[in-house]
Design a protein around this ligand. Structure first.
Ligand code: ZN
Length: 302
């Protein structure tokens, strides 16, 4: 499903794993055309048919911009550019090699998800001549819109946000929490393997200073931006770190900690915990694992 969310800006619900309101991609149509994030490889057909449904031929896409190389964001990029034959892929330089050769991405996803990983689809490599690493602070112009790349490496070392300067849209990638309409709690973006708590707090402070008008989030949809949004993200992260630290004292089982985390998030946001859908639980479990990994790295460092 594609929705016009602002003049020349569209949200594509990629129907990830067949689920509505789970993973969004964005399409900007100006003199030039850009797609920001692509969803899983298994969402390719949804992506293409949504783009065509607004009478846009994929061959007119100029840029496919990847906020980071996790497969719910970059999985379909390689297959998309076989259709978007004129598009350049833009990504964080630390992500470029993984998109050219996705072997490591695929194996780490198999490690995390096991059998489930097959549902993410086949990840096509991106030919080296079609992908460019973008520097922090550099811009590309789409015509009236101008996109600035902002490194935000707390979620992952290959993560960036995209700030559209003319309209003050911020394409957040996973620098902010997930918030799914089916279970309205905020799920911190603390995923394995390289989540950096201090880094993400710094990212949020940096993003707060941009003064964005709207946040275009992948999980899921548009949020009004204000200073408060970022302050709430920071306070949620602090709470989350304390919560996982104290759970970790009493228990080493990820599933049990995830149960406790679902309950605690539901209570914090006044939602009935019995209703947590599987995919949201999966997101919460990842957030638990990423924070546990971060805390573990802290103790081994000291
Ligand atoms: Zn994501």
């Amino acid at each position: 499903m594609i929705m016009q969310v602002q003049d020349s800006a569209y949200l594509i619900d990629t129907m990830a794993l067949g689920i509505r309101n789970f993973v969004a991609a964005y399409l900007l149509v100006d003199e030039k055309v850009a797609v920001i994030d692509t969803g899983y490889a298994s969402s390719l057909n949804v992506l293409l048919s949504d783009i065509r449904s607004i009478s846009l031929d994929p061959s007119t896409i100029d840029y496919v911009i990847i906020t980071h190389v996790h497969l719910d964001h970059a999985g379909a990029a390689g297959a998309l550019i076989k259709n978007a034959i004129n598009a350049k892929v833009l990504a964080h330089p630390r992500g470029v090699k993984h998109l050219i050769d996705p072997t490591r991405l695929i194996s780490s996803v198999k490690e995390l998800y096991g059998q489930e990983a097959a549902r993410f689809g086949k990840v096509d490599p991106i030919p080296p001549e079609r992908i460019y690493g973008v520097e922090d602070g550099t811009c590309v112009s789409l015509g009236s819109m101008r996109l600035k790349f902002i490194y935000t490496q707390g979620h992952a070392p290959h993560h960036l946000c995209v700030y559209e300067e003319t309209n003050s849209f911020l394409f957040t990638g996973d620098a902010v929490s997930g918030a799914y309409p089916s279970f309205p709690v905020f799920v911190p973006p603390s995923v394995p393997p390289s989540f950096d708590f201090i880094g993400l707090i710094d990212d949020l402070k940096l993003l707060m200073r941009l003064g964005s008008r709207l946040l275009m989030t992948p999980h899921f949809g548009i949020r009004e931006a204000s200073k408060n949004v970022f302050e709430e993200e920071i306070s949620l992260l602090n709470w989350w770190k304390d919560f996982i630290s104290s759970e970790k004292e009493n228990c080493s089982d990820v599933e049990l900690i995830t149960d406790a985390a679902c309950k605690a998030l539901a209570k914090k946001f006044s939602v009935d915990v019995k209703e947590v859908p599987d995919y949201v639980r999966m997101s919460i479990r990842l957030a638990v694992e990423g924070m546990l990994g971060y805390l573990e790295r802290l103790t081994t460092k000291s």
